[in-house]
Design a protein around this ligand. Structure first.
Ligand SMILES: [Zn+2]
Length: 287
C-alpha cells in the first residue's frame, strides 16, 4: 500500500489494531506492542499491560528521563517503558495524532533500529481522519538549549511544517561531519529519514555488553562503526550520511512527546535525547 496524504489537516487515527513484536534492546527478550484506534482529542496514550497494567496517560515531555542509550519513560512511580523514540518518530512523521499504545513489558522492540518497521505497521493498520481539527505545537518564539557542545535552536516558521537542519561531527572516518536539512513532510520522512538506523561505535558496544546492558543489541538493529574504521554490518549503510539522518529521526520522536505534531524551524548541532527534551519543554513553556 502506497502513501496516503491527508490534506484537510484533521486529526488522524488508525483504522484497526496492529501488533508488532521483536527483541527488546536491553533485555534481549521478546517484546510486544499493540497500536489501537483512539477518539478525537484523545491524543497518544500509553499503557503497560503486564503485571496488572499501568496507565501512563497521554504522552508528555515530563514522562521522559535521561538515559544514555534510549528515551526512557517513567510514570513517576517506578514503572518504565524504554526505547519508545522510533515508534514516536513514525507517528510524528506520518502525523498520527490519536492512538492508544499498549506495551507488554518494560520496553518497545528495537526491530531494525530504524522507524521503517513502525511505518509499515501504521500502513498495515491504515489511517483514518477524525472529525476534529489537528492541534499543532507551534513554535511561537525562539528557544535555545546549550549543553556541552550541543546547540539546539527552535524558531517560528511561516509554513505549517517541520523544518530541520541537523549537524553532527563524530571522530570516526566513516562518520565525520554530516549535515541534513529539509522540510520533513510525509514523503521526505518515508524516503529519507525513517529507514536510517541507530548507530554506535564498536568500543561502546563492548563497554555496554560488559556492563550487562543491550543484551538484545546486534548488527540486526544498529549500524556498528568499527575501531578499524569500517562498518561492521555486512549489508553496509542505507545512506552515506545515515547517522545524521538517524539524529533527525530521534529528534522527531523526542519532539513528539509533546503529543502533537510540531510546527517550526529547528537547528540542531549534536542533538541528544536529553537536550531535545529540554528544548521541547522550553517551546511548550512559551505557549
Ligand atoms: Zn534512535
Amino acid at each position: 500500500m502506497g502513501p496516503f496524504y491527508f490534506m484537510n489537516d484533521k486529526q488522524v487515527t488508525l483504522k484497526r489494531d496492529v501488533v508488532v513484536t521483536g527483541i527488546g534492546l536491553h533485555s534481549g527478550k521478546q517484546a510486544e506492542v499493540r497500536l489501537m484506534p483512539a477518539l478525537p482529542g484523545q491524543g497518544i496514550t500509553l499503557r503497560r499491560v503486564d503485571g496488572g497494567g499501568v496507565n501512563f496517560g497521554q504522552i508528555r515531555p515530563d514522562l521522559s528521563h535521561p538515559s544514555p542509550l534510549c528515551t526512557l519513560l517513567d510514570d513517576g512511580h517506578g514503572m518504565t517503558i524504554s526505547t519508545v523514540e522510533h515508534l514516536l518518530a513514525a507517528l510524528h512523521g506520518l502525523k498520527v495524532d490519536c492512538v492508544q499504545i499498549e506495551v507488554d513489558g518494560p520496553e518497545v522492540p528495537i526491530l531494525d533500529g530504524s522507524a521503517l518497521p513502525w511505518v509499515e505497521a501504521i500502513d498495515r493498520a491504515e489511517r483514518v481522519e477524525l472529525e476534529a481539527p489537528r492541534h499543532w505545537l507551534r513554535v511561537r518564539e525562539p528557544a535555545k538549549v546549550l549543553e556541552d557542545g550541543r546547540v539546539l535552536l527552535a524558531e517560528p516558521h511561516m509554513r505549517r511544517a517541520l523544518r530541520i537542519a541537523c549537524m553532527i561531527d563524530f571522530p570516526h572516518r566513516r562518520i565525520g561531519r554530516q549535515e541534513w536539512k529539509g522540510v520533513v513532510d510525509e514523503e521526505t520522512f518515508r524516503k529519507e529519514i525513517a529507514p536510517a538506523r541507530t548507530f554506535t561505535l564498536e568500543a561502546e558496544v563492548e563497554a555496554a555488553r560488559k556492563a550487562g546492558l543491550i543484551k538484545g543489541g546486534s548488527l540486526e538493529n544498529a549500524v556498528v562503526f568499527g575501531a578499524d574504521g569500517m562498518v561492521k554490518n555486512p549489508e553496509g549503510l542505507r545512506f552515506m550520511d545515515e547517522p545524521v539522518r538517524h539524529k533527525v529521526l530521534d529528534a522527531m520522536g523526542d519532539l513528539f512527546l509533546a503529543g502533537q505534531c510540531v510546527w517550526g524551524r529547528f537547528h540542531l548541532t549534536a542533538p541528544g535525547h536529553t537536550a531535545n527534551n529540554a528544548l521541547l519543554r522550553r517551546i511548550m513553556a512559551a505557549q
